[in-house]
Design a protein around this ligand. Structure first.
Ligand SMILES: Cc1cc2nc3c(=O)[nH]c(=O)nc-3n(C[C@H](O)[C@H](O)[C@H](O)COP(=O)(O)OP(=O)(O)OC[C@H]3O[C@@H](n4cnc5c(N)ncnc54)[C@H](O)[C@@H]3O)c2cc1C
Length: 404
Protein backbone atom coordinates (compact mmCIF):
# COMPACT_ATOMS: atom_id res chain seq x y z
CA UNK A 1 0.00 0.00 0.00
CA UNK A 2 1.25 3.50 -0.86
CA UNK A 3 1.99 5.96 1.93
CA UNK A 4 -0.34 9.00 2.18
CA UNK A 5 1.37 12.27 3.08
CA UNK A 6 -0.43 15.53 3.90
CA UNK A 7 1.95 17.98 2.21
CA UNK A 8 4.72 16.92 -0.16
CA UNK A 9 7.31 19.39 -1.46
CA UNK A 10 9.29 18.27 -4.50
CA UNK A 11 12.82 19.72 -4.31
CA UNK A 12 15.02 20.54 -1.33
CA UNK A 13 16.67 23.69 -2.69
CA UNK A 14 16.11 27.19 -1.33
CA UNK A 15 12.36 27.33 -2.11
CA UNK A 16 11.62 23.81 -0.79
CA UNK A 17 13.55 24.22 2.46
CA UNK A 18 12.15 27.69 3.14
CA UNK A 19 8.56 26.58 2.47
CA UNK A 20 9.03 23.57 4.76
CA UNK A 21 10.41 25.87 7.46
CA UNK A 22 7.49 28.28 7.08
CA UNK A 23 5.05 25.39 7.55
CA UNK A 24 7.09 23.99 10.45
CA UNK A 25 6.98 27.35 12.24
CA UNK A 26 3.18 27.15 11.99
CA UNK A 27 3.22 23.59 13.42
CA UNK A 28 2.48 21.91 10.07
CA UNK A 29 4.47 18.85 9.05
CA UNK A 30 5.53 18.19 5.48
CA UNK A 31 7.79 15.87 3.52
CA UNK A 32 10.46 17.09 1.08
CA UNK A 33 11.45 14.71 -1.72
CA UNK A 34 14.91 15.63 -3.01
CA UNK A 35 16.53 13.88 -5.94
CA UNK A 36 20.15 14.45 -4.74
CA UNK A 37 21.71 12.04 -2.24
CA UNK A 38 22.29 14.90 0.23
CA UNK A 39 21.81 18.64 0.77
CA UNK A 40 23.05 20.47 -2.35
CA UNK A 41 25.20 23.00 -0.52
CA UNK A 42 27.98 23.36 -3.07
CA UNK A 43 28.27 26.69 -4.76
CA UNK A 44 28.38 30.33 -4.55
CA UNK A 45 26.77 33.38 -3.10
CA UNK A 46 23.31 34.87 -3.26
CA UNK A 47 22.92 38.65 -3.38
CA UNK A 48 20.19 39.01 -0.76
CA UNK A 49 18.22 42.24 -0.82
CA UNK A 50 15.80 43.79 1.68
CA UNK A 51 12.83 41.68 0.53
CA UNK A 52 14.81 38.48 1.25
CA UNK A 53 15.87 39.69 4.72
CA UNK A 54 12.24 40.38 5.56
CA UNK A 55 11.32 36.87 4.46
CA UNK A 56 14.24 35.39 6.44
CA UNK A 57 13.12 37.32 9.53
CA UNK A 58 9.59 35.94 9.06
CA UNK A 59 11.13 32.45 8.94
CA UNK A 60 13.21 33.20 12.05
CA UNK A 61 16.68 32.80 10.49
CA UNK A 62 17.56 36.42 9.62
CA UNK A 63 19.81 37.14 12.62
CA UNK A 64 21.71 33.85 12.34
CA UNK A 65 22.70 34.76 8.79
CA UNK A 66 23.38 38.41 9.56
CA UNK A 67 26.03 37.31 12.06
CA UNK A 68 27.99 35.55 9.31
CA UNK A 69 27.71 38.04 6.43
CA UNK A 70 28.86 41.63 6.05
CA UNK A 71 26.45 44.45 5.32
CA UNK A 72 26.95 45.65 1.74
CA UNK A 73 26.94 49.44 1.78
CA UNK A 74 26.99 50.67 -1.83
CA UNK A 75 26.01 49.52 -5.29
CA UNK A 76 28.62 50.93 -7.69
CA UNK A 77 28.20 50.41 -11.43
CA UNK A 78 31.21 51.07 -13.68
CA UNK A 79 31.53 51.11 -17.46
CA UNK A 80 34.27 49.00 -19.05
CA UNK A 81 36.30 52.19 -19.44
CA UNK A 82 36.27 52.61 -15.66
CA UNK A 83 33.73 55.47 -15.58
CA UNK A 84 31.34 55.46 -12.58
CA UNK A 85 27.83 55.22 -14.06
CA UNK A 86 26.00 55.13 -10.73
CA UNK A 87 26.86 54.86 -7.05
CA UNK A 88 24.07 54.38 -4.50
CA UNK A 89 23.56 53.37 -0.88
CA UNK A 90 21.91 49.97 -0.59
CA UNK A 91 21.87 49.47 3.15
CA UNK A 92 20.88 51.53 6.14
CA UNK A 93 18.95 54.17 4.19
CA UNK A 94 15.18 54.42 4.36
CA UNK A 95 13.50 53.07 1.22
CA UNK A 96 9.86 53.08 0.16
CA UNK A 97 8.88 50.65 2.91
CA UNK A 98 11.50 50.85 5.63
CA UNK A 99 15.25 50.45 5.93
CA UNK A 100 17.19 48.72 3.20
CA UNK A 101 19.53 45.82 3.78
CA UNK A 102 21.89 44.08 1.38
CA UNK A 103 24.25 41.19 2.10
CA UNK A 104 25.73 38.48 -0.06
CA UNK A 105 24.97 35.17 1.60
CA UNK A 106 26.97 31.98 1.07
CA UNK A 107 24.68 29.39 -0.45
CA UNK A 108 25.92 26.54 1.77
CA UNK A 109 25.35 28.55 4.96
CA UNK A 110 21.84 29.54 3.89
CA UNK A 111 20.77 26.01 2.99
CA UNK A 112 22.36 24.50 6.13
CA UNK A 113 20.70 27.12 8.33
CA UNK A 114 17.28 26.34 6.86
CA UNK A 115 17.90 22.61 7.10
CA UNK A 116 19.09 22.76 10.73
CA UNK A 117 15.81 24.37 11.78
CA UNK A 118 13.74 21.51 10.32
CA UNK A 119 12.83 18.22 12.05
CA UNK A 120 15.40 15.59 10.95
CA UNK A 121 12.88 13.41 9.10
CA UNK A 122 11.62 16.26 6.85
CA UNK A 123 13.83 15.53 3.81
CA UNK A 124 13.93 12.22 1.97
CA UNK A 125 17.03 12.21 -0.25
CA UNK A 126 17.67 10.23 -3.46
CA UNK A 127 13.94 10.58 -4.15
CA UNK A 128 13.36 11.79 -7.67
CA UNK A 129 9.79 12.27 -8.90
CA UNK A 130 9.32 11.16 -12.48
CA UNK A 131 5.55 11.14 -12.91
CA UNK A 132 2.51 12.74 -11.29
CA UNK A 133 -1.02 11.34 -11.61
CA UNK A 134 -4.38 12.27 -10.21
CA UNK A 135 -6.27 9.87 -7.93
CA UNK A 136 -9.47 11.54 -6.73
CA UNK A 137 -8.47 14.31 -4.32
CA UNK A 138 -4.93 12.93 -4.05
CA UNK A 139 -1.87 13.12 -6.27
CA UNK A 140 0.16 10.00 -6.98
CA UNK A 141 3.90 10.69 -7.10
CA UNK A 142 5.98 8.08 -8.89
CA UNK A 143 9.64 7.88 -7.88
CA UNK A 144 12.57 6.50 -9.90
CA UNK A 145 12.84 3.45 -7.61
CA UNK A 146 9.28 2.47 -8.57
CA UNK A 147 7.69 3.50 -5.25
CA UNK A 148 4.58 5.71 -5.15
CA UNK A 149 3.67 8.37 -2.59
CA UNK A 150 0.14 9.80 -2.29
CA UNK A 151 -0.07 13.48 -1.46
CA UNK A 152 -2.96 15.63 -0.25
CA UNK A 153 -1.05 18.78 -1.23
CA UNK A 154 1.78 18.89 -3.77
CA UNK A 155 4.20 21.83 -3.94
CA UNK A 156 6.71 21.95 -6.80
CA UNK A 157 9.98 23.57 -5.69
CA UNK A 158 11.92 21.53 -8.21
CA UNK A 159 13.73 24.31 -10.04
CA UNK A 160 14.23 25.07 -13.70
CA UNK A 161 13.38 21.56 -14.96
CA UNK A 162 10.32 21.22 -12.77
CA UNK A 163 8.16 18.12 -13.28
CA UNK A 164 5.41 19.79 -11.26
CA UNK A 165 5.40 22.84 -13.57
CA UNK A 166 5.17 20.42 -16.50
CA UNK A 167 2.23 18.65 -14.82
CA UNK A 168 0.48 22.04 -14.46
CA UNK A 169 1.09 22.70 -18.16
CA UNK A 170 3.53 25.61 -17.73
CA UNK A 171 5.56 26.33 -20.84
CA UNK A 172 9.18 25.21 -21.16
CA UNK A 173 11.84 27.78 -20.26
CA UNK A 174 13.47 29.92 -22.93
CA UNK A 175 17.23 30.42 -23.34
CA UNK A 176 18.10 34.10 -22.84
CA UNK A 177 21.14 33.96 -25.13
CA UNK A 178 23.35 34.66 -22.12
CA UNK A 179 25.74 32.48 -20.10
CA UNK A 180 27.14 32.98 -16.62
CA UNK A 181 30.05 31.80 -14.57
CA UNK A 182 30.62 32.51 -10.91
CA UNK A 183 32.88 31.60 -8.07
CA UNK A 184 33.60 32.02 -4.40
CA UNK A 185 37.07 32.81 -3.14
CA UNK A 186 38.02 32.09 0.46
CA UNK A 187 40.94 34.04 1.97
CA UNK A 188 42.97 33.08 5.02
CA UNK A 189 43.12 36.68 6.22
CA UNK A 190 40.87 39.70 5.59
CA UNK A 191 40.55 40.27 1.85
CA UNK A 192 40.27 44.07 1.91
CA UNK A 193 37.43 44.39 -0.65
CA UNK A 194 34.92 47.12 0.22
CA UNK A 195 31.62 45.72 1.59
CA UNK A 196 29.23 46.43 -1.30
CA UNK A 197 28.21 45.37 -4.77
CA UNK A 198 30.58 46.40 -7.58
CA UNK A 199 29.45 45.85 -11.17
CA UNK A 200 31.25 46.41 -14.47
CA UNK A 201 28.91 46.48 -17.46
CA UNK A 202 29.04 46.76 -21.26
CA UNK A 203 30.62 45.23 -24.36
CA UNK A 204 28.49 42.07 -24.17
CA UNK A 205 29.54 41.40 -20.56
CA UNK A 206 28.42 42.04 -17.02
CA UNK A 207 30.69 41.29 -14.07
CA UNK A 208 30.26 41.66 -10.33
CA UNK A 209 32.22 41.36 -7.10
CA UNK A 210 30.50 41.12 -3.71
CA UNK A 211 32.17 40.29 -0.39
CA UNK A 212 30.16 37.77 1.69
CA UNK A 213 32.24 38.06 4.85
CA UNK A 214 35.62 39.52 5.82
CA UNK A 215 37.30 36.42 4.37
CA UNK A 216 35.16 35.38 1.41
CA UNK A 217 34.19 37.10 -1.82
CA UNK A 218 31.64 36.08 -4.46
CA UNK A 219 32.17 37.06 -8.11
CA UNK A 220 30.28 36.47 -11.35
CA UNK A 221 30.54 37.14 -15.08
CA UNK A 222 27.70 36.89 -17.61
CA UNK A 223 28.18 37.16 -21.37
CA UNK A 224 26.53 36.70 -24.72
CA UNK A 225 28.12 33.75 -26.55
CA UNK A 226 29.63 34.49 -29.96
CA UNK A 227 31.49 32.38 -32.54
CA UNK A 228 34.72 33.29 -30.76
CA UNK A 229 33.70 32.32 -27.22
CA UNK A 230 30.87 29.80 -27.60
CA UNK A 231 33.10 26.87 -26.59
CA UNK A 232 34.57 28.65 -23.63
CA UNK A 233 33.00 26.34 -21.06
CA UNK A 234 34.86 23.25 -22.25
CA UNK A 235 36.90 23.26 -19.04
CA UNK A 236 36.90 25.15 -15.77
CA UNK A 237 40.49 26.27 -16.42
CA UNK A 238 39.45 27.91 -19.70
CA UNK A 239 36.49 29.48 -17.96
CA UNK A 240 38.72 31.11 -15.39
CA UNK A 241 41.07 32.38 -18.13
CA UNK A 242 38.09 33.72 -20.05
CA UNK A 243 36.76 35.60 -17.03
CA UNK A 244 40.18 37.08 -16.23
CA UNK A 245 40.80 38.13 -19.84
CA UNK A 246 37.45 39.89 -20.08
CA UNK A 247 37.76 41.60 -16.75
CA UNK A 248 41.23 42.80 -17.73
CA UNK A 249 39.73 44.35 -20.88
CA UNK A 250 37.07 45.93 -18.68
CA UNK A 251 39.71 47.65 -16.55
CA UNK A 252 39.05 45.53 -13.45
CA UNK A 253 41.54 46.02 -10.62
CA UNK A 254 44.50 43.67 -10.05
CA UNK A 255 42.81 42.52 -6.81
CA UNK A 256 39.72 41.44 -8.77
CA UNK A 257 41.79 39.47 -11.28
CA UNK A 258 43.66 37.79 -8.46
CA UNK A 259 40.35 37.01 -6.77
CA UNK A 260 39.23 35.02 -9.81
CA UNK A 261 42.62 33.37 -10.12
CA UNK A 262 42.35 32.17 -6.51
CA UNK A 263 38.82 30.77 -6.85
CA UNK A 264 38.53 27.12 -6.06
CA UNK A 265 38.30 25.28 -9.38
CA UNK A 266 35.30 23.36 -8.12
CA UNK A 267 33.53 26.66 -7.62
CA UNK A 268 33.84 27.77 -11.24
CA UNK A 269 31.27 26.60 -13.79
CA UNK A 270 29.26 28.04 -16.66
CA UNK A 271 25.46 28.11 -16.77
CA UNK A 272 23.13 28.88 -19.70
CA UNK A 273 20.68 31.47 -18.34
CA UNK A 274 17.05 30.48 -18.86
CA UNK A 275 13.80 32.17 -17.97
CA UNK A 276 10.08 31.52 -17.99
CA UNK A 277 8.31 33.70 -20.53
CA UNK A 278 6.55 36.44 -18.54
CA UNK A 279 3.80 36.50 -21.21
CA UNK A 280 3.09 32.83 -20.60
CA UNK A 281 2.68 33.56 -16.88
CA UNK A 282 -0.16 36.00 -17.60
CA UNK A 283 -2.55 33.10 -18.00
CA UNK A 284 -0.52 30.06 -16.84
CA UNK A 285 -1.85 27.71 -14.18
CA UNK A 286 0.37 28.39 -11.18
CA UNK A 287 -2.00 26.19 -9.23
CA UNK A 288 -4.64 23.57 -9.96
CA UNK A 289 -6.60 21.52 -7.39
CA UNK A 290 -4.09 20.85 -4.60
CA UNK A 291 -0.91 21.48 -6.63
CA UNK A 292 1.22 24.61 -7.02
CA UNK A 293 4.76 25.72 -7.86
CA UNK A 294 7.23 28.06 -6.13
CA UNK A 295 10.79 29.33 -6.63
CA UNK A 296 12.45 28.78 -10.00
CA UNK A 297 9.76 26.24 -10.90
CA UNK A 298 7.41 29.23 -11.03
CA UNK A 299 9.52 32.23 -12.04
CA UNK A 300 12.89 31.08 -13.39
CA UNK A 301 14.56 34.37 -14.31
CA UNK A 302 17.86 35.63 -15.65
CA UNK A 303 19.96 36.73 -12.67
CA UNK A 304 20.63 40.43 -13.38
CA UNK A 305 18.58 41.74 -10.46
CA UNK A 306 19.95 39.04 -8.11
CA UNK A 307 16.36 38.30 -7.16
CA UNK A 308 15.60 34.64 -8.07
CA UNK A 309 16.50 33.34 -4.62
CA UNK A 310 15.00 36.38 -2.85
CA UNK A 311 11.72 35.72 -4.69
CA UNK A 312 11.85 32.03 -3.67
CA UNK A 313 11.99 33.17 -0.03
CA UNK A 314 9.05 35.54 -0.57
CA UNK A 315 7.05 32.69 -2.18
CA UNK A 316 7.77 30.44 0.79
CA UNK A 317 6.44 32.89 3.37
CA UNK A 318 3.29 33.69 1.36
CA UNK A 319 2.61 30.02 0.62
CA UNK A 320 3.14 28.84 4.21
CA UNK A 321 0.84 31.64 5.42
CA UNK A 322 -1.93 30.84 2.92
CA UNK A 323 -1.79 27.11 3.67
CA UNK A 324 -1.70 27.54 7.44
CA UNK A 325 -4.78 29.80 7.30
CA UNK A 326 -6.61 26.97 5.51
CA UNK A 327 -5.43 24.20 7.83
CA UNK A 328 -5.02 25.47 11.39
CA UNK A 329 -8.17 25.37 13.53
CA UNK A 330 -10.22 23.23 11.11
CA UNK A 331 -11.12 19.55 11.15
CA UNK A 332 -8.75 17.54 8.99
CA UNK A 333 -9.80 15.52 5.95
CA UNK A 334 -12.75 15.41 3.60
CA UNK A 335 -13.92 17.61 0.75
CA UNK A 336 -14.15 20.69 2.97
CA UNK A 337 -10.40 20.58 3.68
CA UNK A 338 -9.66 19.96 0.00
CA UNK A 339 -11.67 23.03 -0.98
CA UNK A 340 -10.01 25.20 1.67
CA UNK A 341 -6.58 24.13 0.38
CA UNK A 342 -7.62 24.86 -3.19
CA UNK A 343 -8.70 28.33 -2.07
CA UNK A 344 -5.40 28.84 -0.18
CA UNK A 345 -3.33 27.95 -3.25
CA UNK A 346 -5.43 30.24 -5.43
CA UNK A 347 -4.81 33.07 -2.97
CA UNK A 348 -1.06 32.31 -3.11
CA UNK A 349 -1.09 32.25 -6.93
CA UNK A 350 -2.91 35.58 -7.04
CA UNK A 351 -0.34 37.19 -4.74
CA UNK A 352 2.63 35.82 -6.67
CA UNK A 353 1.61 36.06 -10.35
CA UNK A 354 2.34 39.74 -11.01
CA UNK A 355 5.45 39.83 -8.88
CA UNK A 356 6.78 36.83 -10.85
CA UNK A 357 6.02 38.52 -14.17
CA UNK A 358 7.68 41.69 -12.95
CA UNK A 359 10.94 40.07 -11.79
CA UNK A 360 11.44 38.13 -15.02
CA UNK A 361 10.66 41.13 -17.25
CA UNK A 362 12.81 43.62 -15.34
CA UNK A 363 15.73 41.20 -15.04
CA UNK A 364 15.69 40.53 -18.77
CA UNK A 365 15.54 44.23 -19.69
CA UNK A 366 18.23 45.20 -17.18
CA UNK A 367 20.48 42.43 -18.56
CA UNK A 368 19.89 43.58 -22.12
CA UNK A 369 20.74 47.20 -21.35
CA UNK A 370 23.72 46.38 -19.15
CA UNK A 371 25.39 43.95 -21.52
CA UNK A 372 24.61 45.35 -24.94
CA UNK A 373 27.58 46.18 -27.16
CA UNK A 374 25.36 48.28 -29.47
CA UNK A 375 26.79 51.85 -29.64
CA UNK A 376 23.34 53.49 -29.35
CA UNK A 377 22.40 51.44 -26.26
CA UNK A 378 25.83 52.20 -24.84
CA UNK A 379 25.29 55.93 -25.40
CA UNK A 380 21.93 55.83 -23.57
CA UNK A 381 23.28 53.55 -20.84
CA UNK A 382 26.21 55.78 -20.00
CA UNK A 383 24.14 58.98 -19.95
CA UNK A 384 20.85 57.93 -18.44
CA UNK A 385 19.93 54.25 -18.22
CA UNK A 386 22.59 53.15 -15.70
CA UNK A 387 20.98 55.48 -13.15
CA UNK A 388 17.47 54.23 -14.04
CA UNK A 389 18.72 50.67 -13.54
CA UNK A 390 20.25 51.55 -10.17
CA UNK A 391 16.77 52.69 -9.11
CA UNK A 392 15.29 49.35 -10.21
CA UNK A 393 17.88 47.54 -8.05
CA UNK A 394 16.91 49.67 -5.09
CA UNK A 395 13.12 49.78 -5.53
CA UNK A 396 12.32 46.18 -6.46
CA UNK A 397 13.43 44.86 -3.03
CA UNK A 398 11.21 47.28 -1.12
CA UNK A 399 8.43 44.64 -1.28
CA UNK A 400 7.37 43.16 2.06
CA UNK A 401 5.97 39.61 1.93
CA UNK A 402 4.64 40.00 5.47
CA UNK A 403 4.73 37.63 8.43
CA UNK A 404 3.92 33.93 8.44
C1 LIG B 1 24.25 32.75 -12.44
C2 LIG B 1 23.17 32.89 -11.41
C3 LIG B 1 23.30 33.84 -10.40
C4 LIG B 1 22.28 34.01 -9.47
N1 LIG B 1 22.42 34.95 -8.50
C5 LIG B 1 21.43 35.15 -7.60
C6 LIG B 1 21.56 36.13 -6.59
O1 LIG B 1 22.58 36.81 -6.50
N2 LIG B 1 20.52 36.31 -5.72
C7 LIG B 1 19.40 35.55 -5.79
O2 LIG B 1 18.48 35.76 -4.97
N3 LIG B 1 19.25 34.61 -6.73
C8 LIG B 1 20.23 34.38 -7.63
N4 LIG B 1 20.10 33.39 -8.57
C9 LIG B 1 18.86 32.61 -8.61
C10 LIG B 1 18.84 31.51 -7.57
O3 LIG B 1 19.99 30.69 -7.69
C11 LIG B 1 17.59 30.64 -7.77
O4 LIG B 1 16.48 31.46 -7.97
C12 LIG B 1 17.31 29.76 -6.57
O5 LIG B 1 18.41 28.89 -6.34
C13 LIG B 1 16.04 28.95 -6.82
O6 LIG B 1 15.85 28.03 -5.78
P1 LIG B 1 14.83 26.82 -6.02
O7 LIG B 1 14.76 26.13 -4.72
O8 LIG B 1 13.60 27.31 -6.65
O9 LIG B 1 15.55 25.89 -7.11
P2 LIG B 1 16.86 24.99 -6.94
O10 LIG B 1 17.85 25.64 -6.05
O11 LIG B 1 17.28 24.65 -8.33
O12 LIG B 1 16.35 23.69 -6.21
C14 LIG B 1 15.56 22.74 -6.85
C15 LIG B 1 15.78 21.40 -6.13
O13 LIG B 1 14.86 20.45 -6.65
C16 LIG B 1 15.53 19.22 -6.84
N5 LIG B 1 14.79 18.51 -7.89
C17 LIG B 1 14.67 18.85 -9.18
N6 LIG B 1 13.88 17.99 -9.84
C18 LIG B 1 13.47 17.09 -8.93
C19 LIG B 1 12.63 15.94 -9.01
N7 LIG B 1 12.06 15.57 -10.16
N8 LIG B 1 12.40 15.22 -7.88
C20 LIG B 1 13.00 15.58 -6.69
N9 LIG B 1 13.80 16.66 -6.59
C21 LIG B 1 14.04 17.40 -7.68
C22 LIG B 1 16.95 19.62 -7.24
O14 LIG B 1 17.87 18.58 -6.96
C23 LIG B 1 17.17 20.85 -6.35
O15 LIG B 1 17.75 20.52 -5.11
C24 LIG B 1 21.11 33.20 -9.51
C25 LIG B 1 20.99 32.23 -10.52
C26 LIG B 1 22.01 32.08 -11.45
C27 LIG B 1 21.85 31.02 -12.51
Amino acid sequence: MEAIEDIVIVGGGLAGLATALGLHRKGIKCLILESSPDLRTSGFGFAMWTNAWRAMDALGIGDKLREQHVLGKRLTILSTSGKILSDNSISGVRGKSGFQEFRCVKRDLLLKTLNNELPTDTIRYSSKIVLIEKDGNLKLLHLTDGSIIKAKVLIGCDGVNSVVAKYLGLKKLSFSGRLATRGLTEFETEHGFKPGFLQIIGGGHRAGVIPCSEKSVYWFLTWIPSEENKNVDQSTEKMKDYAIRNLKNANASEETLELIQRSEMGNVISTPLKYRSPFSLLSAKITEDNVCVAGDALHATTPELGQGGCMALEDSVVLARCLSEAIIGYNRGGDAEYERIQGALEKYAKERRWRSIKVITLSYIVGFIQQSANPFVRFLRERLLARVIANVYINFPSYDCGKL
